[in-house]
Design a binder for this molecule. Structure first.
Ligand SMILES: [Zn+2]
Length: 338
């Protein structure tokens, strides 16, 4: 059976999906769709990336922003999305884009693209990234694979001469590393192959200087995404609060920004639950976002905002419509994928 994403990529389906969305508005009122992604790359670079689903193709993002304007979707901040959901004005349709973690390309490519479209974008910053206090092992592994045709892993040679071999190696190694040992394994790998983890970090991380340059831009909303990208549900209450409050304090110290919005790392139902939504409220935030698919409607819980993840290979306005119509959220709930 064709998947929803395959069906949605067929161009003629976009108008049908628009009709489904419009029909639901007559019943349910204002409709908001929050999108999230991590990184972005030029089309030519995107093709070669070992972990390319982690990146949006900038050409596609450019097309999607034009598509939204052509179909009367208002692009807003999280702050404005909350106001619009509360106001529930008839026929109101709004979209938000948030970038999680935040890397150098948020500053160099994503914000400039949104500026060109005169549209706002939300940055959910993991403060350990500009603070250089956490390991970006997944980024470093990709960096190494892109730059070498052969790598050494625990004394074994890894052949990564082609794009396909690089993608396979990324998948195999990252799934083996994932967990508490990831940083140590990555550092050993860097040593074995002559890479400097600090240099790789600086080549990819967003810096405080970049964030300072963005903080007064009315098109940039800055929120937080913990200090160390911890899975909040796995932490005891005190540690979870420290991750949430610590990130806000750090932004306040470095930028003088009082962040009002938070996004849970990973963001699925197993990563953030009822206790954690309450902790986000106690930590002083006005909202908290998950990555559960769905739409923002009048009565949605501001501490459990649904967000629809845009994967790199989903380069279709039809698929975006599947999220904006609410169909992908319905399908996810029907399949128990929340
Ligand atoms: Zn994240």
């Amino acid at each position: 059976m064709a998947s929803l994403s395959t069906l949605a990529e067929a161009a003629p389906l976009a108008p049908a999906l628009r009709c489904i969305g419009a029909a639901s508005d007559a019943l349910l009122g204002a409709r908001g769709c929050l999108f999230t992604f991590h990184r972005a790359a030029l089309s030519a670079e995107w093709e070669n990336l070992p972990n390319r689903n982690f990146y949006l193709d900038l050409d596609f993002l450019d097309r999607l922003l034009s598509y939204l304007a052509a179909h009367d979707w208002k692009i807003v901040t999280i702050e404005e999305a909350l106001e619009r959901a509360r106001a529930n004005r008839r026929g109101d349709r709004f979209v938000n884009f948030s970038v999680d973690d935040c890397y150098r390309d948020s500053f160099e490519a994503v914000v400039p693209l949104f500026r060109r479209h005169r549209a706002p974008v939300t940055l959910f910053v993991t403060t350990g990234i500009p603070d250089r206090a956490m390991s970006l092992w997944h980024v470093g592994l990709e960096h190494a694979l892109l730059r070498r045709d052969r790598l050494s892993l625990g004394g074994r040679l890894v052949d990564c001469t082609t794009g396909e071999l690089k993608r396979q190696a990324y998948l195999a190694i990252s799934s083996r590393w994932d967990g508490p040992q990831a940083t140590a394994l990555y550092e050993a790998f860097c040593g074995e192959n002559g890479f400097d983890p600090g240099e790789i970090h600086d080549a990819h991380a967003i810096s405080w200087e970049m964030l300072e340059a963005l903080q007064d831009d009315p098109l940039v909303e800055i929120g937080t995404h913990t200090v160390t990208h911890a899975r909040i549900s796995s932490l005891d209450e005190e540690t979870a609060l420290r991750e949430m409050i610590g990130a806000r304090r750090r932004l306040q110290e470095r930028l003088g920004v009082a962040a009002r919005h938070f996004a849970f790392p990973y963001g699925r139902s197993g990563d953030a639950g009822r206790r954690d939504f309450e902790l986000a409220r106690r930590a002083g935030y006005a909202s908290a976002a998950t990555t559960g698919k769905g739409l923002m409607r009048k009565n949605c819980d501001p501490f459990r905002l649904p967000r629809n993840t845009l994967r790199g290979d989903a380069r279709s306005c039809g698929l975006a419509e599947a999220h904006m119509s609410g169909l992908s959220g319905l399908a996810a709930r029907a399949l128990g994928r929340v």
